[in-house]
Write a protein that binds this ligand. Structure first.
Ligand SMILES: [Ca+2]
Length: 127
């Protein structure tokens, strides 16, 4: 009985899926700190089917194919909804769900604020 329990525990803890998800979720939060407190900072951003962690959505597959590098998939539209993954994450919508899209006026406002911040930083660098 103890042997079976030990074998089960080894099997569970050696599963790469079990360890991979929290590691990549932490990486996601570091790459997108503003998304840390949103619905996107959850397993469902990469695993859209609840309870089926082995199933990966298009965002997760692009992330995997890009060597687990979020920067490399920022300009990709993983779910084919005409918004890049970066735009979706900034807007707080799922980059793996084509029915969940950014609100255009919100996105335009965010882009204007980012451009103003870039100009402010450029001015500061020149000083
Ligand atoms: Ca989407």
């Amino acid at each position: 009985m103890r042997f079976l329990l030990l074998v089960s525990l080894i099997s569970i803890f050696s599963s790469s899926a079990l360890f991979a998800t929290p590691k990549y979720l932490e990486s996601f939060k570091k790459n997108y700190p503003d998304a840390a407190g949103t619905k996107l900072a959850a397993c469902s951003t990469c695993h859209p089917v609840k309870g089926k962690m082995k199933e990966q959505g298009p965002f997760a597959l692009d992330f995997k194919n890009a060597g687990h590098n979020f920067a490399k998939i920022a300009d990709i539209d993983s779910d084919q909804d005409r918004f890049t993954n970066f735009e979706e994450i900034v807007a707080g919508t799922f980059p793996q769900d084509k029915t969940d899209k950014p609100n255009i006026p919100f996105l335009i406002k965010q882009i204007k604020e980012l451009k103003q911040e870039v100009e402010r930083l450029k001015t500061k660098v020149k000083e």
